[in-house]
Each structure stands twice: as structure tokens, then as C-alpha cells.
Design a protein around this ligand. Structure first.
Ligand SMILES: Nc1ncnc2c1ncn2[C@@H]1O[C@H](COP(=O)(O)OP(=O)(O)OP(=O)(O)O)[C@@H](O)[C@H]1O
Length: 260
């Protein structure tokens, strides 16, 4: 079933065409990667889905509802979650406290914060931490964690808003290769297990080819290819303008990993 439908998005910044007639669909439980060279329009497209940017023309539909140009808060309320960088979490607060805060905000209970913050949604927060494999660290301050573990907590925080669609902008940036694979696998398991659609941008081709169900390739604001990792890898135009040698190697590594 189609969860997200993006129809003919256009966006210009002065003379720069950042998105040109961009259309794609995303099903519940599906991982869709947007790839392309620097300046291809990945962030622009992403931000038009999340409400941070209003398209010049075109529509964004979530579960059939038109959410085009709605402010990010409203888009979030309607079921579009986003992973946030560590700077937006409370570094001195415990991991558990951070996830509880996210749940409190999602349920609109911020007025109860002063009296009940320690107990509100504690069970739910622990369950979310268990989902990302971080429950045994629940009481540690988030500032103590290794970077890969912070990313897991960020995922738990995003899941606290019970999103139908999760937007992840370069989720593995700055991570070691092994941590990257494990975060992407965790994300894919959660997406498929809970029927959450995931739209992600990523420069790391290993992460893309190993974990995306489908890949959308943007170049200069235009979709030049879309399809399974196999079909994108085999597409001569994608090879020529973007993937080249490094993408081919990443695709081979992903295929080897998938077949043990
Ligand atoms: N706010 C803005 N004002 C002016 N130009 C912009 C703005 N945002 C993006 N652009 C331009 O639009 C084009 C697409 O940018 P965008 O950031 O979407 O690309 P990207 O694929 O995400 O790139 P990167 O991989 O480098 O993050 C670029 O030419 C960029 O310079």
C-alpha cells in the first residue's frame, strides 16, 4: 500500500533548479534511498516532504492526505518522523530521560513535566530502548555514549512519535563502517517489522546497496533512475554520471554480504 506519494515537485532557488518534476512513491515497511552527487537536490526533496521547504509546484500525499507546504510541526503530527542530531538531545540527561521527554512531547503532556517527569512513560521509554538494543544503558547520561550508540538513541527518540514515515538525512554520517551496517540493519528490521516507511539520503554506497529496497537517483534536481538496487546498479546512465567505480564495488560488497 502506498504510504507516501510525491507528485511532480519543483523547487527553484533563484536561477538554480534544485528539484525538477520529482515524483516517487513509498510503501509502508519500505526503505527508499535517495542518492546523487553533491547539489543533486536530495536535501531539497527531503525537506519538501518534511515541511521545511514549500515546493513551487507539485504535491506530497501521506496516506492519501495532501500535506504539501504544511509546517514541520503539523507534518510531524500527521505521522512523519525525523531523526535529529545529538545536539538536539539533552546531553546531561539520562538516555531513558531523553526518550521519556520525546514521549511526553508526543503525547502533549509537557504541563505534567515538573511533577511527573521521572515516571511519565517510563515503561514505554524502556520498551523503545529495548527495541534499539540500549535498555541496559538506560540510566547513563547520553553525553557518555559512543557515537554509534547515540544514533540508536536518536532512532528510539524518533520512534517515540509513532511515525508512519521516518525521514533520515545521512543517518550514518561520521560512523565507523561496522556501526553503519548495524544501524542500517536495525532501522530496516524496525521498518519492516512495524510497517514504517523510511526515506533516507546517504553518501555511503555500502549502506545504500545493502539496505535500501529501492533507490532513487537524482542528478541536477532530476530523477534519472529509480528501482531495485540491482537495476540501479546496472543502469548505464547511473554508472556514468554518479556511481562509477566506487558504486560498482559497493554493490558487489552488498551482494556478497547478502549471500553470506
Ligand atoms: N536555501 C537555498 N538557497 C539557495 N540555493 C539552494 C538552497 N538550498 C539548496 N540550494 C541549491 O540547490 C541545489 C540542490 O541542493 P541540495 O542541498 O538539495 O542538494 P543535495 O543533493 O542535498 O547536496 P549534498 O549532497 O551536497 O547535501 C544546489 O545547487 C544548492 O546549492
Amino acid at each position: 500500500m502506498t504510504l507516501l506519494s510525491v507528485e511532480g515537485l519543483n523547487k527553484r532557488f533563484g536561477g538554480v533548479v534544485a528539484a525538477k518534476d520529482v515524483s516517487f512513491a513509498l510503501a509502508a515497511g519500505e526503505m527508499l534511498a535517495i542518492i546523487g552527487p553533491n547539489g543533486a537536490g536530495k536535501s531539497t526533496t527531503f525537506n519538501m516532504v518534511g515541511g521545511q521547504l514549500r515546493p513551487d509546484t507539485g504535491r506530497v500525499l501521506l496516506d492519501g492526505q495532501d500535506i504539501t507546504g504544511q509546517p514541520p510541526r503539523q507534518v510531524c503530527k500527521l505521522g512523519v518522523g525525523r531523526t535529529f542530531q545529538v545536539a538536539q538531545t539533552f546531553l546531561s540527561m539520562s538516555i531513558l530521560g531523553n526518550v521519556q521527554m520525546a514521549l511526553i512531547a508526543h503525547h502533549g503532556r509537557t504541563r505534567d513535566l515538573i511533577s511527573d517527569a521521572a515516571t511519565l512513560y517510563r515503561t514505554e521509554a524502556l520498551a523503545l530502548l529495548a527495541r534499539v538494543g540500549m535498555e541496559s544503558d538506560a540510566d547513563r547520561p547520553i553525553g557518555e555514549l559512543a557515537y554509534g550508540d547515540v544514533k540508536r538513541v536518536e532512532l528510539a527518540i524518533a520512534l517515540a512519535a509513532a511515525p508512519k514515515l521516518l525521514l533520515m538525512d545521512e543517518p550514518t554520517a561520521g560512523m565507523a563502517p561496522r556501526e553503519r551496517a548495524s544501524l542500517m540493519q536495525l532501522t530496516a528490521d524496525i521498518a519492516r517489522g512495524q510497517g514504517i516507511g523510511v526515506l533516507f539520503t546517504e553518501h555511503d554506497m555500502d549502506a545504500v546497496f545493502a539496505h535500501a529496497d529501492r533507490i532513487l537517483v537524482l542528478v541536477r534536481g532530476e530523477v534519472i533512475a529509480e528501482g531495485s538496487p540491482e537495476s540501479v546498479r546496472a543502469n548505464p546512465e547511473v554508472q556514468r554520471v554518479y556511481l562509477g567505480q566506487s558504486g560498482h564495488k559497493a554493490a558487489l560488497r552488498a551482494r556478497r554480504a547478502a549471500h553470506g
